[in-house]
Design a protein around this ligand. Structure first.
Ligand code: ES4
Ligand code: ZN
Length: 325
């Protein structure tokens, strides 16, 4: 059984991480105090007790309200910086991190406050040995018009993020709903990825849409392609990464999807391991490698392959990518 020290020592990239999902109870209390926001709890234990869920809906019901403590540029900077420090300790050398501007602009926080705070943290992460970039995510349960307006308002800052993504509740919100906004993002030189979750109605159809209509550069989750050999071949031949999140899966779907991840890994799909919302699921990226290893009986070679895959699936420039392989 691989040890925690072995896993932490593997250089790795984290490609599926929501910055808002790194809000630890301690920082939430500090920001609440700093901004005079009443969150209803006053101790770490009380806050931690609210981090309790067994489905995507119950998770999102805790996740979005928690963001009320994020108000100033310094708050976004401090949140991201705390995560980058924690990631560096796990052997992370590259991060391509999601953030949800609409979760803040819908509360009256200007988009430049969000982008500039997170971006300054990403620049400073270099001092921790972490190369960091941002991916602007649209909330798929908001309208396509809202996504388009968000992208237009972010384009003046397009040199501060490398791609766009799509998260939140997939049910009833298929990829095709956002075809226009993703086409505009591509025209502006941005990379594209989308959550194609697991155990969601019509999920295979959604994966078909992201591959054929949207032409994504990566798929977030996506392990249910395993049901369809044709999609497995397509994903492998295009060299598209799947950003899988085993511990998150075990919370929101009651199944780590270890069998699916390992089956895809063994046929040469670029499966990667990530933490999704580590403060909420109680597991940073190294914990996710260990949880998967324990569940699936992976050896050190398989874990090293997963770590290599994370650089291969990253959006690093080719020369820098090669340096990690
Ligand atoms: C998320 Cl676990 C999960 N699913 C969908 N959207 C999300 N945003 C942050 N975490
Ligand atoms: Zn996610």
């Amino acid at each position: 059984v691989p040890t925690a020290a072995f896993v932490a020592g593997l250089p790795k990239a984290e490609l599926h991480l929501h910055l808002e999902g790194t809000l630890e109870p301690e920082l939430k209390l500090e920001l609440a105090r700093r901004n005079g926001v009443d969150i209803g709890q006053s101790t770490v234990e009380e806050v931690r007790a609210t981090y309790e869920f067994d489905s995507l809906a119950s998770f999102l019901g805790v996740y979005y309200p928690a963001m009320d403590v994020l108000v100033t540029e310094a708050d976004f900077y401090d949140l991201a910086t705390a995560y980058f420090r924690r990631a560096a300790a796990d052997g992370v050398r590259r991060v391509e991190a999601f953030f949800d501007p609409q979760a803040h602009t819908s509360r009256g926080v200007p988009i430049d406050t969000v982008i500039l705070g997170y971006h300054r943290a990403a620049v400073d992460a270099a001092g921790l040995g972490v190369s960091a970039e941002l991916i602007l995510c649209f909330l798929r349960d908001f309208t396509a018009e809202s996504a388009l307006a968000t992208l237009r308002s972010a384009l003046p800052y397009a040199d501060r993020f490398i791609g766009v993504g799509l998260d939140s509740d997939e049910r009833g919100n298929p990829p095709a709903k956002f075809a226009e906004v993703f086409a505009l993002a591509r025209q502006n030189g941005l990379k594209l990825t989308m959550h194609c979750d697991i155990d969601q109605v019509g999920s295979i159809d959604n994966i078909r849409q992201v591959l054929e209509e949207i032409q994504v550069d990566r798929i977030d989750h996506g392990t249910n392609i395993v049901e369809n050999p044709e999609l497995v071949t397509l994903v492998r031949e295009r060299g598209l990464g799947l950003t899988c999140c085993p511990v998150s899966n075990s919370f929101v779907t009651a199944d780590m999807k270890a069998v699916e991840m390992v089956a895809l890994l063994h046929v040469g799909v670029l499966v990667t391991v990530n933490s999704d919302d580590p403060a909420y699921f109680g597991a940073y990226v190294a914990d996710n490698y260990l949880a998967l290893a324990e569940k699936a009986g992976l050896d050190t070679d398989e874990l090293a392959q997963l770590a290599k895959n994370s650089f291969q699936a990253s959006w690093l420039p080719e020369a820098e990518k090669r340096a990690h392989l």
